[in-house]
Ligand binder design. Structure first.
Ligand SMILES: C[S@@+](CC[C@H](N)C(=O)[O-])C[C@H]1O[C@@H](n2cnc3c(N)ncnc32)[C@H](O)[C@@H]1O
Length: 338
């Protein structure tokens, strides 16, 4: 009964898109597969000038494919051709088209539709109250952990959002205790759900605080992916980004309002041999180097996921000479301003 109703009710309030959905359903009625509905979705998303929103391979096809897999409850191993060739029924197609329509009409990241995001191979619950996890620091987490002088095995993930960074570190190293800190209680609800999902309540705490205001402990490692988008750059962001919390992105005129506070206060919250690690965005890195000439930042570049292609190797070779791409720093407590 419900299916018949579903088939009759409109898929979009936009007449042109409604026509396209109906025409796809008619034309492909007898040979609908995962692959061709994802291609249809991706074509539509291109026509509607959607932004890929940092999704895999910067690809709108992957946006559409992911929504298709999610709707069909398939494991997201889309490279496997047996899934791409899977036939889909008209009812299944309608459910998928409804997800495409949400992506298009609401201009939200796909993860806000599915309420899940993958980061470092781990699944995180997300909603509109947190930034969709995408910090490129994760390709260097194991290296970061190996650089820390452990004294009390305590880590602070400052500006935690979904908790993706602190939780991943806790999963990578079972000896550490992690505090997840955010100013937003809505974000902390999400982080707390993720802590519970991984059963980490005995090692990972959520604390609401405006940066260090409510903190009293010392840590071996403070790691942070704070807001660092300059106001003027925010204005130019695609709608998908603007539908993420503004407080997660913007940090004053030059994007450094939060970073200045972290840099000038972190020492007090670090053990003497502790370390601060922060992601800062390309334009911020240049300003920070000028503004704090005495701070011995160890700059790193954000690397994409490693692959064996020639293009990756050439890019890797070229970026190591480009100071413009410095976007993560490590700094020992001793070198930080008092
Ligand atoms: C760029 S998001 C990073 C979220 C997460 N760490 C990640 O990498 O996906 C920045 C986070 O900082 C939080 N935030 C902004 N201002 C803050 C402040 N003054 N104190 C604590 N957290 C703050 C925002 O609520 C947001 O969750």
């Amino acid at each position: 009964m419900e299916n018949t109703k579903d088939l009759q009710s409109s898929l979009s309030s936009n007449l042109l898109r409604e026509k396209r959905y109906r025409s796809f359903l008619e034309k492909c009625a007898n040979h609908m597969t995962v692959k061709n509905i994802a291609h249809f979705g991706s074509k539509l998303m291109h026509q509607e000038k959607l932004h890929y929103h940092f999704f895999e391979d910067h690809s709108l096809f992957k946006n559409a494919l992911y929504l298709t897999f999610f709707s069909l409850n398939l494991p997201y191993e889309y490279q496997d051709s047996k899934y791409l060739k899977r036939k889909i029924s008209k009812e299944e197609a309608i459910s998928i088209l409804k997800l495409f329509e949400r992506r298009i009409s609401e201009r939200v990241p796909v993860q806000y539709i599915t309420h899940e995001a993958y980061y470092s191979g781990y699944k995180f619950f997300v909603n509109k109250n947190v930034l969709v996890p995408r910090s490129l620091m994760n390709s260097q987490f194991e290296d970061f952990l190996s650089h820390v002088h452990w004294e009390n095995y305590r880590v602070l993930d400052l500006c935690t959002g979904s908790g993706c960074i602190g939780i991943t570190l806790a999963l990578l190293n079972p000896n550490i205790k992690v505090d997840l800190v955010d100013i937003s209680s809505d974000a902390l609800e999400v982080a707390s759900a993720n802590v519970k999902y991984y059963g980490l309540q005995d090692r990972v705490r959520c604390i609401q605080s405006d940066l260090f205001t409510n903190l009293h402990d010392k840590y071996d490692l403070i790691i942070t992916n704070p807001p660092y988008v300059p106001e003027i750059e925010y204005a130019e962001q695609p709608l998908e980004v603007k539908n993420e919390p503004k407080i997660a992105l913007v940090a004053g005129k030059d994007g450094l309002d939060i970073l200045h506070q972290i840099l000038t206060q972190a020492k007090k919250y670090l053990n003497p041999n502790g370390m601060l690690i922060a992601e800062v965005g390309y334009s911020a890195a240049i300003t920070l180097k000028k503004k704090y000439p005495k701070v011995p930042f160890q700059w790193r570049k954000c690397k994409g996921s490693k692959d064996e292609s020639l293009l990756y190797k050439i890019t890797e070779f070229l970026i190591q000479w480009t100071p413009l791409l410095d976007s993560i720093f490590l700094c020992e407590a001793k070198g930080l301003p008092d």
